[in-house]
Design a binder for this molecule. Structure first.
Ligand SMILES: N[C@@H](CCC(=O)N[C@@H](CS)C(=O)NCC(=O)O)C(=O)O
Length: 210
């Protein structure tokens, strides 16, 4: 049995987890979940949300279910290989700050904007993301000053934060800011990104022809 069971759909945030799995060279078996079919019982047992991506880590000590793209990235960085993509003590503050910022405010701001919700000035005080423009300015400001989340070095936080930027640029849900474009260009040079993307792109092409 592979070390990880990976429930995904190629057209999903599962792409983030696959990239992370490839960055650490994890041994995984994929279970493709079709959106128009009932969720497999093993997926629901691992994640009652039935959402993708979901992983199960099979270890000698038992099975560990894992969900949430950002948590999957952080877990894999810490658990697999030599931990090279986990943060050093000096990188930890930036690593967690931007990982949580991307999973919370960035995700909420993009979702709110694409679903037509713009908080009023008063609502912005209690909405965790404040406003779409504040989130975008904050994120773009970081990448205007820094090559990667933690500075000069690529870490696993870049898989998650970077995926938000890559998807945002691809779907037009983030503006074409030069700092985002330059960051995206650095990310796509990662061999693990290319390998994971090739698998999902090929699965998408296959499903279009069946
Ligand atoms: N908070 C989750 C969101 C996961 C999520 O919404 N996944 C979508 C695909 S991108 C999904 O599984 N949708 C199917 C459903 O909700 O049943 C994460 O960041 O991993």
């Amino acid at each position: 049995m592979a070390d990880y069971t990976f429930f995904t759909n190629p057209m999903s945030r599962g792409q983030i987890a696959r990239w992370a799995l490839h960055e650490v060279g994890a041994d995984y078996a994929t279970v493709i979940v079709a959106y128009d079919q009932p969720r497999p019982p093993a997926l629901l047992a691992a994640n009652a949300m039935g959402k993708l991506p979901t992983l199960i880590h099979h270890t000698a000590g038992g099975d560990y279910p894992l969900a949430e793209g950002a948590a999957i990235c952080a877990y894999l960085a810490q658990t697999e290989g030599d931990g090279a993509l986990a943060p050093t003590a000096q990188e930890r503050a930036a690593y967690y700050r931007w990982l949580f910022f991307a999973a919370g405010p960035v995700e909420q701001a993009i979702t709110a904007r694409s679903m037509g919700f713009e908080p009023t000035e008063r609502q912005q005080m209690s909405a965790g993301f404040g406003s779409y423009d504040r989130v975008v300015d904050c994120l773009a400001g970081h990448f205007a000053a820094s090559d990667f989340v933690c500075g000069a070095r690529f870490t696993m936080a870049d898989v998650y934060v970077g995926s938000q930027v890559l998807w945002g640029l691809a779907f037009g849900t983030l503006p074409d800011h030069p700092a985002f474009a330059a960051y995206a260009a650095r990310l796509v040079e990662r061999p693990a990104y290319a390998a994971a993307k090739a698998i999902d792109d090929s699965l998408i092409r296959e499903s279009a022809t069946t």
